[in-house]
Design a protein around this ligand. Sequence first.
Ligand SMILES: [Zn+2]
Length: 79
Amino acid sequence: MIRVSLSALVTIYLLLFLAAVFLLWIVGEWNRRRREQRALRHRLRCVICAFEFEDRTPTLLPRCPRCGSLNERFKLDRI
Ligand SMILES: [Zn+2]
């Protein structure tokens, strides 16, 4: 009787451990994705010279630091 309850306890412990690992993995992946998206929000690519740069100013048309042309804000596709 004690053996059975012990093995059941071990099984429950293992299941809980696996669930915790799985949960941590999901949360970590979710955080990573969110951080990536936040980093990409200010990322722009110049339509003239294809230079990628960051712009955190609220201007509607940020200027490319390489060729000086104005760029429209658009969502950069993930690679
Ligand atoms: Zn440019």
